[in-house]
Design a protein around this ligand. Structure first.
Ligand code: SAM
Length: 264
């Protein structure tokens, strides 16, 4: 997969050089390009913003500058895919959706990012991310590319407002990239976690020492009885989800529950 990020603060994205995502970009399944939007300006001041048409507070990012940047990046050919990926698609689920680039515009007024969206994006070959600042990017940019047949996803990372799209881009990239084959050391890590197929939050996890500051995990976890441990974890996941996210419980398919679940 290739991800191109356009920003006026390229250094903000340097976090992508770290940890598992950094490793995935050095010979792994991920290629990342960070681009300074000002490269596509033509005036002495390298202007990327102007006052809002119709008045109001703040500044709006100029469509002409974004248009030149996105024309170039959206028309770039996608990376060649290794044979094994061509057959399997992303680990995030389903067959690959092919090489057409997806334009992602982080915005607090967008569709809220979910694990399902991350799984879908993980099947794509090329994502182009447009990081807004100020009052955001002129709305005609999204409109224009959508009308040209580009898949445009305006995504929010939650119901709050950040100063810019860079932190949101980091969140989206991490949620997507960890689903690519070979990025996580243990691919099973993505199978049982929160927001996965079960629809439940993950059960509480513990490690050694067994006793810490007077606190101990449920003794069943030390029993070596895998059936008992599985049941305990399922019960804990249900209880935790009911307590913290009743909205997720109400969305569960009743057919996915068993009688022991109802007692939990
Ligand atoms: N005036 C905009 C509004 O009220 O919807 C807010 C603009 S915000 C100050 C500047 C930029 O930060 C946005 O263009 C977007 O790129 C990013 N941003 C802020 N909050 C975000 C969120 N919750 N999710 C994704 N991007 C966000």
């Amino acid at each position: 997969m290739r991800i191109d990020v356009v920003t006026i603060f390229p250094d903000y994205l340097r976090a992508l050089e770290l940890s598992l995502i950094g490793r995935a970009t050095t010979g792994g399944p991920l290629e990342i390009g960070i681009h300074d939007l000002r490269k596509w300006t033509h005036d002495r001041h390298r202007t990327v913003d102007d006052t809002p048409i119709g008045g109001g507070a703040g500044m709006v990012m100029k469509p002409d500058v974004w248009g030149e940047a996105l024309d170039e990046l959206l028309s770039a050919p996608p990376p060649a895919r290794p044979d094994h990926e061509a057959d399997q698609g992303g680990q995030g689920g389903g067959p690959s959706q092919g090489g057409a680039p997806v334009l992602i515009i982080p915005t607090p007024s967008g569709e809220v990012l979910t694990q399902r969206i991350a799984e879908d994006l993980a099947t794509r070959e090329h994502l182009v991310m447009a990081c807004g600042r100020y009052e955001g990017i002129d709305a005609r940019v999204a409109e224009h590319y959508a009308s040209r047949g580009v898949e445009v996803r305006e995504l929010s990372i939650g119901d709050y407002v950040l100063n810019g799209g860079e932190a949101a881009a980091l969140v989206i990239i991490e949620a997507v990239a960890r689903l690519l084959p070979g990025v996580l050391g243990n691919p099973d890590s993505v199978v049982e976690e929160s927001h996965g197929a079960s629809g439940l939050l993950e059960y509480p996890v513990h490690t050694r020492p067994v006793s810490w500051r007077g606190l101990e995990p449920d003794p069943a976890l030390l029993s070596g009885d895998h059936g008992r441990i599985r049941r305990l974890r399922r019960d804990q996941a249900i209880a935790r989800t009911a307590q913290r996210r009743p909205d997720l419980i109400s969305r569960l398919d009743p057919a996915s529950l068993d009688s022991a679940d109802r007692a939990a």
